[in-house]
Ligand binder design. Structure first.
Ligand SMILES: [Zn+2]
Length: 795
């Protein structure tokens, strides 16, 4: 028999083509089959080597050759000789570290699941190697590698496939194979029976809670809230919702949520897999812990209309405590986690909490389900169960700290009420085998990159989850209740703020125009006259001397291209006509070709140092390279502070637009800068403080000066008067639904001379997305007329 094989040459590796040819079956018995997706790690590929088919895959190919383990890669293997095979894969990390789950399925059954942070079975030149032995009958078998990337810091850190390998260990007769497979089948059946009886135990516990027949000794009641332990299962309930956790001996993960308003279940997961948290450590020994299977202690209490459960896991290297509360008349559970590194030489790196597995779709096959993500001003996308790809956002970057799954007029709400704006990653990951989703929020802890170990972490605010009725707007109303108490809302609504420029609140028109040549200066005048406009902003993105349109000389923009006197004269003339000039300033990049970069030793003193020891740079916007700056450094703070003061003081501009800073966030690992190394709120705190510094300097010179930034970011609304939305299209402008009255947003196409949109432009409809905008506008007006919106009408 000659098994038909497909040879994957360099063409396949580059995703270009496949060539077919036959390989004699005997070849399979001699040497292992190895699939190298990456030619760099296969210096001597043998074009005649036996091969097996790569039949499908959406694993992306990075830079044309590296196969990212983020997606699925399927092999069809034709087994010529029945026997015991060693099957496995090696992975490697490109730079820094990887954080992915990597699963191997054989004939549809999950055989190996590892996290790239787990200790591998063997190490060779930074490759991790995972394998096990399996019995294969003669014939076709499907093998699938599924990688799910869990970013915990920045956007990198993928695991990459090095090789996929199959090697015959021992030949077996077909009869022996059958006997082995039968034995394995019995084992599977026993496992299924055990799982079924565990599910019955869970159902019985839920029924007891629903019937309110938990013995008095095992529960506490306050108002309509009940906290207790039923048949070993901890639970919380009120009139709206029931939450049930796995038994203390089984890991204490969240098992069931029943929404009593709709009568529907939100969650179904086996007790052995019920999740709560995951902790990644640095140091020696076991570097990753999660709750599943780890025994714990549970206590319950209820008082003043609030039920409470306290979970404690005392493990070898870490002690984890979770407290979950449920109030009367609220469907949302509120939790906090504290984690302490216990053993010497062990520090915390990432705390993932909550982890919720087994989230059920709201609509059949998840076809009508949507995920709301707070990236930019808001976005709804289809369920990851349909795309097969995880939906992930990082905050900061995302504008707010909540997300929901919605469908059929119901929703599952997740938020973190963190007033410190710490770094976190929200991830919805599909489990397509089971048709459920996993949700998690991972927190790279503050200072994890420092030499000294971080020993403790505690939630900075409540982690909130639970069912609600409605859509994205209703979810926004839930978040708004907390958001208006967050530190960045402390100055109150715009209508009551002393430091918010009145003229900006009343602004009628926003134009972009480069004030580079005398001829271009005429454009804002002509626009103003033609439309007979009231107060206007002219965002000037071309006043500097560089060859490129706007930011090639950052931050050395001065003197302006029109000359010091010329520019000041033009600004004054425009202001006299009611047009306020707001020049562009890049808040993140320093041109490496400038004299100041060299003389002031910018790379060392202010460069944002990545974990790999490199200060990143870019060609964007300039014929020279520009380097990224660390917002926490004295040098960069002084640079931007002096520049903006000179613009406002000497040239009379009405404020500045600071590009990049709110959303180009990264961690700086330079230990000489004096800030915490990576994670936590290093970025948001440094940038907020930098904005505050600039704002103070400008306001001293002109109390009416304004500050604007790039991309919506809630944690800046007290220090930025307005922000660029990045674009005008959104199918869920949830940022406005949360922060209306408290901040201003402008939008449109970047750096162009067409008018910019202001505030709630989408209420007016738009030519391209008219229908959608009209529908949103109708709903918004409905809410307002129904008295649900507090408008800043005093403006
Ligand atoms: Zn730094």
């Amino acid at each position: 028999m000659a098994a038909k094989q497909i040879h994957a040459g360099l063409g396949l590796l580059l995703g270009l083509h496949l060539t077919l040819f036959a390989v004699p079956a005997e070849a399979l018995t001699i040497s292992p089959l190895i699939h190298y997706p990456d030619p760099e790690y296969n210096p001597n590929p043998d074009p005649e080597a036996p091969w097996f088919t790569v039949t499908a895959g959406n694993a992306s190919v990075f830079h044309g050759y590296r196969t990212v383990l983020s997606g699925a890669l399927t092999y069809n293997h034709e087994t010529a000789v029945p026997g015991v095979y060693k099957i496995g894969f090696r992975w490697f990390q490109l730079e820094g570290r990887a954080d992915s789950d990597i699963a191997l399925y054989i004939d549809g059954a999950l055989r190996v699941k590892v996290n790239s942070q787990d200790a591998p079975q063997g190490k060779n030149k930074d490759q991790a190697w995972h394998y096990a032995e399996y019995v294969l009958s003669a014939g076709a078998h499907e093998m699938k590698l599924v990688g799910t990337h869990h970013p915990t810091s920045g956007s990198g850190y993928n695991a990459y496939l090095h090789t996929f390998e199959i090697e015959l260990v021992k030949e077996l007769s077909p009869l022996q194979v059958q006997a082995e497979l039968d034995a394995a089948g019995k084992e599977v059946k026993a496992r299924l029976d055990a799982a079924r009886s565990a599910r019955i135990a869970v159902d019985n516990a839920m029924a007891k809670v629903s019937r309110k027949s938990v013995p008095a000794a095992m529960r506490e009641i306050s108002q309509d809230v009940e906290a207790g332990i039923v048949n070993g299962f901890p639970y919380l309930r009120n009139k709206q919702v029931v939450y049930l956790w796995a038994r203390g001996k089984n890991g204490g993960g969240l098992l069931r949520i029943r929404d009593l308003i709709s009568g529907k279940a939100l969650l179904a997961v086996d007790e052995a897999e019920a999740a709560s948290w995951k902790v990644d450590l640095k140091g020696e020994g076991q570097l990753s812990y999660e709750n599943a299977g780890e025994p714990l202690k549970v206590k319950f209490d209820a008082s003043a209309g609030e039920g409470k459960l306290s979970f404690t896991w005392a493990l070898r290297d870490v002690r984890v405590e979770v407290e979950t509360r449920l109030r009367s008349a609220e469907s949302l559970a509120r939790s906090r986690i504290t984690v302490r590194a216990e053993s010497e030489g062990t520090g915390l790196k990432t705390v993932v909490f909550p982890v919720v597995k087994g989230i059920l779709p709201f609509t059949e096959g998840a076809k009508g389900d949507e995920i709301l993500q707070s990236s930019s001003i808001g976005k709804m996308t289809g369920s990851p169960l349909i795309s097969g790809m995880a939906s992930q956002v990082a905050y900061p970057g995302a504008s707010m700290q909540f997300t929901t799954l919605m469908g059929d007029g119901r929703g599952f709400y997740f938020a973190e009420e963190d007033g410190q704006a710490n770094r976190k990653h929200f991830a919805w990951t599909p489990d397509t085998e089971r048709g459920t989703l996993t949700f998690s929020i991972s927190h790279p802890v503050l200072n994890w990159g420092a030499k000294e170990l971080v020993r403790e972490y505690g939630s900075p605010g409540d982690v909130v989850m639970g069912p609600f009725q409605g859509d994205w707007f209703d979810a926004a109303r839930i978040y708004r209740e907390w958001a208006l108490t967050a530190p960045w809302s402390r100055k109150g609504p715009i209508s009551e703020r002393e430091d918010f420029p009145r003229w900006l609140a009343r602004l009628g028109y926003w134009m972009n125009a480069p004030l580079k040549h005398e001829t271009e200066v005429d454009l804002p005048f002509m626009t103003q006259d033609f439309f007979d406009l009231p107060d206007t902003i002219c965002k000037d993105f071309g006043f500097s001397m560089g060859a490129y349109p706007h930011h090639d000389l950052n931050p050395e923009y001065l003197p302006p291209r029109l000359g010091s006197e010329g520019f000041a004269r033009v600004v004054k003339k425009l202001r006299a006509k009611g047009i306020r000039v707001v020049p562009y300033v890049n808040g993140y990049l320093w041109n490496q070709g400038t004299e100041s970069y060299r003389v002031e030793d910018a790379e060392r003193r202010a460069g944002l140092l990545m974990e790999s020891g490199i200060v990143p740079n870019t060609w964007v916007g300039s014929p020279d390279l520009s380097a990224a700056m660390c917002p926490a450094t004295d040098l960069w703070r002084k640079k931007l502070g002096d520049l903006t003061k000179e613009l406002v003081g000497k040239y009379g501009v009405s404020g500045v637009y600071i590009d990049y800073l709110s959303n180009h966030n990264a961690d700086c690992f330079n230990k000489e800068h004096g800030h915490a190394i990576a994670g936590g709120n290093y970025w948001s705190r440094s940038v907020h403080s930098l904005y505050e510094h600039i704002r103070r300097g400008c306001k001293e010179l002109d109390p009416e000066a304004m500050l604007s930034g790039e991309m919506a970011a809630e944690w800046c609304i007290d220090v930025l008067d307005t922000t660029h939305s990045g674009g005008v299209s959104s199918n869920a402008p949830v940022y406005f639904a949360v922060y209306h009255g408290y901040t201003q947003v402008f939008g449109g196409i970047e750096n162009c001379t067409t008018p910019q949109t202001l505030g709630r432009w989408w209420l007016m409809g738009s030519p391209e997305r008219g229908e959608q905008c009209d529908a949103l506008a109708r709903r918004w007006r409905g809410r307002r007329d129904g008295g649900l919106l507090q408008e800043s009408a005093a403006l």
